[in-house]
Design a protein around this ligand. Sequence first.
Ligand SMILES: [Zn+2]
Length: 351
Amino acid sequence: MPLLARMLAAPLVIDVRPGAIAGLGALLSDRRIATQGRVAIAVGPGQGDALAAELTGTAAEVFRLDGGSYDGAVELGRRLRAGGFEVVAGIGGGKTIDVTKYAAHMAGIPMVSVPTSLAHDGIASPVSTLRHESGTGSYGVVLSPVAVVVDLDRVRGAPGQLSVAGVGDVVSNLSAVADWELAAADTGEPVDGLAAAMARSAAHALLHQPGPSDSDEFLTVLAEALILSGVAMAMAGSSRPSSGGDHEIMHAINELYPGTASHGELAGMGALFCTYLRDDAGQFAAISSCLRRHGLPRGPGQVGLSDGQFTAAVLRAPSTRPGRYTILERLALSPAEAAKKVEEYGRAIAG
Ligand SMILES: [Zn+2]
């Protein structure tokens, strides 16, 4: 009988709980991961540094990072390779995780992801978002992190909205998968049903988790949903399960108005707008109430953009991701139509 199945390169270890950081030392000295114990730790500014100091007893070399640039990732990758390290743990916020992930890829070694915030789904994905001379870009890596350690006590302490902004990134899966299905219907693009199921189920779990935002129960669902989103991308071999018109709008906002808001905040708002365009009233209400429950922005005004600025981003969005077919490509709105939709959208979220 033929064995019709597939292999998936997914993390070996997932550890999501209060105090999980205490198990990191043992994980890093796991001889399956580092046979000779040559371990590096990359830490970002803020919590990362303090955490590294707590990892006493771990004979690891510590590298301090100060940004999220492509050049910084390449430099760290060079130092990891030159030092003969077998594994690197990235401890810090989204930028630190992205830099360390790409550096590990450059050095050809596994990476352990230790996020100190739940701001986006990069914590377990095979993609790094890095800054370069003319903006930011997404860089694929061969392998997802070998382990993901989320200490709920640490992410609860993340500054501002960063601890839960990932809610927006997770709910954007619903819009992204809807776009994928649209592409299948209109262009014949194949949908990976298992990847779509994981991405969508992760989002549904979050939509139906009542909170509050700082409870262990909620943060566990959020962390696991972000991890499942990353695995869905690894399974699909692209960001398709977690990135559609929602992310195109985010990329356009980042190009036109850099520094407007975080990845997760903009992804959630983009997803709600795309769901409005799709005329899916049930899903619109569910996503809208989830974003509101966690204090995340839904309208352009909440991130400091005028309706006109947001309209410009909607019109620019398709050019940020050539070849990706979404509701935005399907509708191909004229400037006047886009302005009208944005105005109607403002009324829909106010109502
Ligand atoms: Zn995202």
